[in-house]
Design a binder for this molecule. Structure first.
Ligand code: LRH
Ligand code: MN
Length: 430
């Protein structure tokens, strides 16, 4: 039996004020779409079955190496993070899973944590290992790398940690392990590119061997940071080669912020899918580096083009096409709940717009080299305001029409500010 954090009456009462306007907007959009042969209810059903996971580490304020500015009432442990993730899902009805990070979310009883999440209406997505920070009392430092370290002790320790994350994930009901390693160098000559990759592959193959039958290992590439001269798994090329080397259960995870500015990420998505290696996403946005800004806040058109490739992929599924959709953001200046509500909306909007593309018109124009009409097939869909479709799907699932307004009316953060202990000043991601 679930016990959701907000009063459902508060949501229903707010919706009752917005329902007439929503019905009008939905009906008008329905008439407009039916003129081009699109059934709005069919799009609403697709939106209703769409979901994206939230990162446990995104529920708290994030920071940079310079500083982190906590807010009163932000979560201080996984239990409070789950409460906040449940608020996001209760209002949006599109974020029913949490992606945890270990050891940040470590507890003594994972079966109890699974039950606690289930009572809040939440399940679990990919588990994330962490071999980019040293823990107190750790035998081998990761200062010179983890899975690719020249120190066999550090590699074995990193493999053991990843296998522990799989065991934790099994207790939570997860079936994916995300492996991002910050391994790399800051100086030319510091490490040999080939030998460090071979060490990574050897160690990663030990993790791969420990994967249960229905599990996947998602390799997350990143161009730079924390290493600033070279990174062992720096781009989709290194990632797909490593995934092909490891085996069919190894896939590639695309974090939108892990590429050089202006890289054509939607083409990377198409390439990874073509070779059956598209495993998942970390959605966020960026202008310069791995800024971890809110999804769709800087370049919503790119997010739309990524989903356009994902809809094409859905139509031409390759081996085990089942990408894991997750948000990975750092909320340095907003209320994390508001940012994840806004991001979940932006991501779902891009999925809905991509579902509106007239594929027949697009493919026909492509085959005919009618460049303008091919572009217009995408642009027409991108220009549709799909907000009424998302709101209708939300209301029918028990969510709020105006998620941010209801969240603010709930005074959730202020109430938690009274209950939760204050988070100290600091720096860094968590
Ligand atoms: C690395 C990354 C990775 C996580 C971390 C929190 O930049 O994107 O996915 O482990 O952020
Ligand atoms: Mn990421």
């Amino acid at each position: 039996m679930t016990s959701l954090p907000l009063s459902q009456d508060l949501i229903a009462e707010a919706n009752s004020r917005d329902m007439v306007a929503l019905d009008e907007d939905y009906a008008a959009l329905g008439r407009k779409l039916s003129r081009t042969g699109i059934d709005i209810d069919a799009i609403k059903e697709r939106v209703a079955s769409f979901s994206v996971a939230v990162p446990s580490w995104g529920a708290g304020r994030g920071g940079t190496r310079f500083a982190k500015f906590p807010i009163a009432g932000e979560p201080t442990n996984i239990h409070e993070k789950l409460e906040d993730c449940a608020v996001i899902n209760q209002l949006s009805r599109v974020t029913p899973r949490v992606s945890p990070h270990f050891p940040w979310d470590k507890v003594s009883d994972f079966a109890a944590l699974r039950e606690e999440a289930a009572e809040l209406g939440l399940g679990w997505d990919a588990v994330n290992s962490n071999t980019f920070q040293d823990q107190v009392g750790q035998a081998h430092t990761y200062a010179n790398g983890s899975l690719s370290s020249q120190d066999a002790g550090a590699r074995a320790q990193a493999v053991e940690h990843n296998i522990e994350c799989i065991e934790i994930g099994q207790k939570l009901g997860s079936t994916d392990l995300t492996v991002w390693v910050g391994d790399g160098t800051n100086f030319p000559g510091q490490q040999d590119f080939a030998r460090s990759l071979d060490r990574y592959l050897d160690a990663a193959s030990e993790i791969y061997a420990a994967l249960p039958g229905d599990w996947r290992m998602l390799l997350e590439h990143k161009m730079f940071e924390p290493a600033f001269y070279s990174t062992v798994i720096s781009d989709w090329g290194s990632s797909i080669l490593a995934a092909q080397e490891l085996g069919p259960k190894a896939k590639c995870l695309v974090d939108l912020g892990h590429h050089a500015p202006n890289v054509n990420i939607e083409q990377i998505v198409a390439r990874l899918h073509r070779f059956g290696k598209l495993g998942g996403f970390h959605f966020n946005d960026s202008k310069y580096g791995d800024d971890d800004l809110d999804s769709g806040s800087i370049n919503p058109h790119q997010l739309f083009l990524v989903f356009n490739e994902l809809i094409e992929a859905e139509l031409n599924p390759r081996d085990g096409f089942n990408p894991s959709y997750m948000i990975d953001q750092s909320h340095n200046v907003t209320d994390p709940i508001e940012s994840m509500l806004s991001s979940a909306e932006a991501i779902t909007q891009c999925y809905a717009k991509a579902a509106l593309v007239d594929r027949e018109a697009l493919h026909g124009a492509q085959e005919a080299n009618d460049t303008m009409m091919a572009f217009q097939a995408l642009r027409r869909a991108y220009n549709v305001d799909v907000a009424p479709i998302l709101a209708k799907a939300r209301v029918e699932a028990g969510g709020a029409i105006d998620v941010l307004a209801v969240y603010r009316t709930s005074m959730w953060r202020d109430r938690k500010g009274q209950e939760r202990k204050a988070v100290g000043l600091g720096a860094g991601i968590v």
